[in-house]
Design a binder for this molecule. Structure first.
Ligand code: C2E
Ligand code: MG
Ligand code: MG
Ligand code: MG
Length: 282
């Protein structure tokens, strides 16, 4: 966790409490140890551009490779990380990890952005924007390769601070998408006020297409809403050909889901990128 220690020595980026104090601050000791021992791992789920028919980026999704219990899904540990605040240093580890692996992804042909989930809790760190900027500089990350996925809960606390953080990063070229769109309480005014470039239609609506009239209507409405506001739209959780055909017919821009690929470890994602590039060249 060199970057954590560096942050402490650097006054302007003093985002994390000293390591010892962190333990006392109520971080779950097992999860804190997991972070120190680098037991977390990022998987990548490709995003498919429906017009080009090719991979146009990916979402980074965290996993915990527990030494005894094996691979743990985020639902089993992210809530605890959010509750204790460990998501703040973990969130920086995630961005650093993406930064380290971006060169290999570009080498394999990545053409597009990597989506990183940002939890509402991470905005409670006053230094979120400057710390992200520092990590991007340290890892020579092109800001045009990052996209942060926000949920409506992160934005609901209509705080000036949340808005200025997003604006500051957006001015650097980082993009923002609205995750699980339609399941939260966001108002249309948020879409106007914030520099959101992409809406991600929640899987719960995609599950019902084609066939469920309400879900069909909602999916169509979100696609139209996005396009009328000059935004991109991604459908999440696409598992079947019938869903895909519905989305193509209604002009959805991108899809993500098991139909194309589950989230996979980095080496497999690099293979998918290389294969994708070969197919594009044909
Ligand atoms: P999310 O950001 O909405 O991520 C999409 C979830 O849907 C992922 O679950 C993904 O594996 C799953 N998914 C994608 N396509 C399909 C499909 O076709 N069928 C089904 N059944 N599922 C599909 P995962 O990886 O378990 O992540 C769950 C949630 O945990 C994420 O929802 C996100 O809110 C959170 N999360 C994951 N990684 C991170 C992270 O790095 N940081 C933060 N703060 N939260 C994360
Ligand atoms: Mg899962
Ligand atoms: Mg997401
Ligand atoms: Mg989602």
């Amino acid at each position: 966790l060199r970057y954590c220690q560096q942050l402490q020595h650097n006054g302007q980026g003093a985002t994390t409490p000293p390591l010892e104090a962190s333990l006392m601050n109520g971080y779950d000791p097992e999860l804190w140890r997991a972070l120190q021992r680098e037991e977390f791992e990022l998987f990548y789920q490709p995003r498919i551009d429906l017009r080009r028919g090719s991979i146009c980026g990916a979402e980074a999704l965290i996993r915990w490779r527990h030494p005894e219990r094996g691979l743990q899904q985020p639902s089993s540990f992210i809530p605890a990380c959010e509750a204790s605040g460990l998501i703040v240093p973990l969130g920086y580890w995630i961005i650093q990890e993406v930064g380290k692996t971006l060169p290999a992804m570009k080498e394999a042909g990545l053409d597009g952005r990597i989506g990183v989930n940002l939890s509402f809790r991470q905005f409670q760190d006053r230094y979120l924007a400057p710390t992200i900027e520092r990590l991007m500089q340290e890892h020579l990350m092109d800001t045009r390769t990052l996209e942060f996925e926000l949920t409506e809960t992160a934005l609901c606390s209509d705080e000036e601070h949340v808005r200025s953080t997003i604006n500051q990063l957006s001015n650097q070229g980082v993009e923002f998408s609205l995750d699980d769109f339609g399941t939260g309480y966001s108002s249309f005014s948020l879409l106007q006020k914030l520099p959101i470039t992409t809406l991600k239609i929640d899987k719960s609506f995609v599950d019902g297409i084609p066939g469920n009239q309400d879900d069909e209507e909602i999916v169509r409405a979100v696609i139209n809403l996005a396009h009328n506001l000059n935004k991109q739209v991604i459908a999440e959780g696409v598992e079947t050909r019938a869903q895909l055909e519905f989305l193509i017919r209604h002009d959805c821009d991108q899809v993500q889901g098991y139909f194309f690929s589950r989230p996979v470890p980095l080496d497999q994602f690099l293979n998918l990128l290389s294969t994708n590039r070969r197919q594009q060249a044909l």
